[in-house]
Design a protein around this ligand. Sequence first.
Ligand code: HEM
Length: 342
Amino acid sequence: MSPRHPLRKPLALAAAAVSLGIPAHAQTPASQPVNPAAMVDQFEATGGKFEGYRRSGAKGICATGEFIGSAEGKAISSASAFSGQKVPVIVRFSVGGGNPRAPDNAKTQRNLALQFDLPGNEVWQMGNISAPVFGTSTPQQLMGRLQSLQADPATKAANPEKVKAFADANPEVLIQGRHFASQPVPASYAALKYWGVHGFGFTNAKGEKTWGKWVFEPLGGVQSLTDDEAKAKGPNFLFDDLRQRVAAGRVAFNFNLEVAQPGDRLDNATVPLPEGRRKVTLGQLKVTSVATDAGGPCLTITFDPNRMPKGVEGSSDPMLAARAAPYVISLSRRVTEGAKQQ
Ligand code: HEM
C-alpha cells in the first residue's frame, strides 16, 4: 500500500508555522505518537470498562451476507471483490461506543463492519459509520477529546470547562456531534447510510488509479423514526428489526464510491468530500442471515480497515493507520476476559 497519493495536501500547517517564525512542532501536536494501549485505556476511562465486549461498537449483532461486484467496480479496481462472482461477507451492525447496553433509540452513531472473504485467502475488512465524518482528525486529537470528556471522580461528570477549552481549541471535534443531533433516530440498521470516512485509492488492471470516499446506501432508502416513535420503540429494537428484515430478504446496500477531484481532502476524516461528486456503484451487498445467539463469527474478528485486498489502498489519513493497533489490543482484552456479544 502506498502512503501517498497525488491529491494529498502538503504540510500547510508546518509551512505556515515556518513563515511565522514559529517552530513547526509548536503547532503540530500530531508529531507525538499515541501509545495504542494508552488509547484503549482512555476509551475505558471515558466510556466505562465492560469486560468481554468491544471497547467501541460494543452493542452489536453479527450477520452474514454476500457481495457481488459491478462492471463499474471491476473497471475501477482489479481487486477480486469486483470479479462479479459472489463473495461471502461477515457483517456486524452495532451502536457506537463502549456500552453494551447503549440505547437503540438515541441520536447516536450506528456502525456497519464488514469482512469480505476473497479468493486466495485475501481478506478485506472495514468499519463504516452512520456519519460522513469522524469526530477527530488525528489520534492525538482523539486522545485529547476523550481525556476532556472523562468524568471527574468528585462530580462523576465531565468538567464542562475542560470540555469547552478542548473543543474551542479543536473545533472540528464538534462536527460529527452536530450531524447526529440533526438526524432523526434510525428505524433500522438496514435503512441507514454508512460512510467509510477515510480516503481510499482503487487501481484497475491498466494501473489507473481512482481516489475517493465510500458510502454504503440502503437499497430500500433511508428510514427514520419521529421522536415519539423512537420513545415508544424503547432501547432494544434493532436486533429484532434486523432479523425480520433479513428473513424477508429486504436487507441490501449499494457500495458506492464518491470520486475525488484534484484538491479534495482525502487525508482528514472530519472533512467529507464536497457535495455532488460523481458516484460509482462498485457492487451490491446483501445480508442473508443473522446470528441466532450471542456468538457468531464476529466474536474473534476485529474489523481493521487497514486490511485491504490488492487493488485497494488507504490514503495518508493518520486516523486510518492509527486504528490497527488499538483494534488488536481491544480484541485481545475482550477475548481473554471471556468474549461476550449481544
Ligand atoms: C485512532 C482512531 C480510532 C481508535 C483508537 C478506534 C478504536 C476502536 C476500538 C478499540 C474498537 C473495537 C475493536 C474490537 O474490539 O474489535 C473500534 C471499533 C470500531 N470503530 Fe474505531 N477507532 C478509531 C477510529 C475509527 C474511525 C475513524 C472510524 C470511522 C469509520 C471507526 C469506526 C469503528 C467501527 C465501525 C467499529 C466497530 C467494528 C465492529 O463491529 O467490530 N473507528 N474502534
